[in-house]
Design a protein around this ligand. Structure first.
Ligand SMILES: Cc1cc2nc3c(=O)[nH]c(=O)nc-3n(C[C@H](O)[C@H](O)[C@H](O)COP(=O)(O)OP(=O)(O)OC[C@H]3O[C@@H](n4cnc5c(N)ncnc54)[C@H](O)[C@@H]3O)c2cc1C
Length: 315
């Protein structure tokens, strides 16, 4: 772990600072090591100042959302992990302009709660994302989605902060979103705005229920995991093929190491049990990559983001 005294300059900003903070338990895997520094800003100004100081002192930063797509290595992560868990980053607000219903969401807002709120308010547009655990910021960064649509489908603008803490605003036509990817270069997504349309609340609620039921029937939602471990690769015709099917065909269902195993229900989910370590998960991912390549000639790309000391693998 780094020497905490080197982070003294962070103490006078509008931000809670914790040194040697256990963050593995802030992820869905519930495993992994500590962050040298965990910073929880209490205002946008505090967040901007935090970014400015990290940039000035050349400290690496890592943004933590809901931790639903994240594996923290057992040895932890260096630099500053920034959490947007303070209430000021969880707000959502509606406005109406020329008949459009705009929903402004701060990055720390919970996607599932936001979907339920829009369903109650009779607003259609986000329900295709039912059952995906995410913050709005993490969802936009990953372009979260699935069979029924992606978070970018109804997105109209995104506010970001640069590494120096400066506000950068994008209209949707300035951005490119593709499968589990966005081309946003700023390290931090501060908020997103969605254009929704009016709909009978009962219709929206039913759709949310149906999509969630479909997801529950296909995926091991009751187990600890970070969702799909690998992206669906593209075949020679440019079509996405299911990574889960490739893993299954390679005979890997049930493969395990320590407390991590390939789910029997959905082979692209690596689930963990009590006592699992991040190394167990990494080891299972390495086995999958090797065996799928040996069996199919296809190189799988990780969807799960792994944070390790001195290195962060992003998607
Ligand atoms: C049971 C289960 C089911 C899932 N099903 C799906 C699914 O159907 N479809 C799907 O797409 N995903 C799915 N996932 C994965 C996960 O829900 C998504 O990737 C989601 O977008 C992660 O959001 P998060 O807030 O948890 O981000 P985190 O996991 O905390 O972070 C993921 C990445 O986003 C970055 N990030 C987070 N917040 C911000 C921010 N404000 N600004 C900039 N970068 C940020 C992080 O640094 C990291 O690189 C599933 C996960 C689980 C556990």
């Amino acid at each position: 772990m780094s020497d905490p005294t080197q982070f003294e300059f962070l103490k006078n900003i509008d931000c809670d600072i914790q040194f040697n903070a256990p963050i593995g338990n802030m992820t869905y895997f519930e495993i992994g090591g500590h962050a040298d520094t965990l910073a929880t800003p209490k205002s946008v100004a505090g967040l901007q100042e935090l970014l400015r100081l990290c940039h000035k002192h050349d400290l690496p930063i890592h943004i933590l959302g809901k931790g639903a797509n994240l594996l923290v290595d057992d040895t932890g992560v260096d630099g500053v992990v920034i959490s947007l868990l303070h209430d000021c980053f969880k707000t959502t607000a509606f406005d109406e302009q020329s008949g459009n219903h705009n929903l402004h969401c701060m990055a720390g807002a919970d996607l599932s709660k936001t979907i339920m709120q829009t369903a109650r308010d009779g607003m259609h547009g986000l329900e295709s994302l039912a059952g995906i655990p995410a913050t709005i910021g993490g969802g936009i960064r990953m372009n979260a989605g699935g069979k029924y649509g992606s978070i970018s489908d109804n997105l109209t603008s995104v506010h970001c902060l640069s590494s120096k803490g400066e506000l950068v605003v994008y209209n949707i036509d300035e951005l490119e979103f593709s499968y589990r990817h966005s081309n946003i270069i700023e390290p931090l997504i501060l908020s997103g705005t969605f254009a929704l349309t009016s709909e009978d609340p009962e219709v929206v609620r039913e759709r949310v229920k149906d999509i969630f039921a479909w997801k529950k029937s296909m995926q091991p939602l009751a187990d600890t995991s970070a969702g799909c471990a690998f992206k669906n690769p593209v075949d020679e015709n440019g079509q996405r093929i299911s990574a889960g099917k490739l893993i299954d065909q390679s005979g890997l269902k049930g493969t395990s190491k320590g407390g991590a195993s390939v789910s029997q229900q959905h082979a692209n989910f690596i689930t963990t049990s009590k006592g699992a370590t991040a190394q167990d998960v990494i080891s299972v991912m390495n086995t999958i990559e090797k065996k799928v390549f040996d069996y199919t000639g296809i190189t799988l790309q990780r969807e799960v983001v792994v944070w390790s000391r001195c290195e962060v693998s992003t998607t």
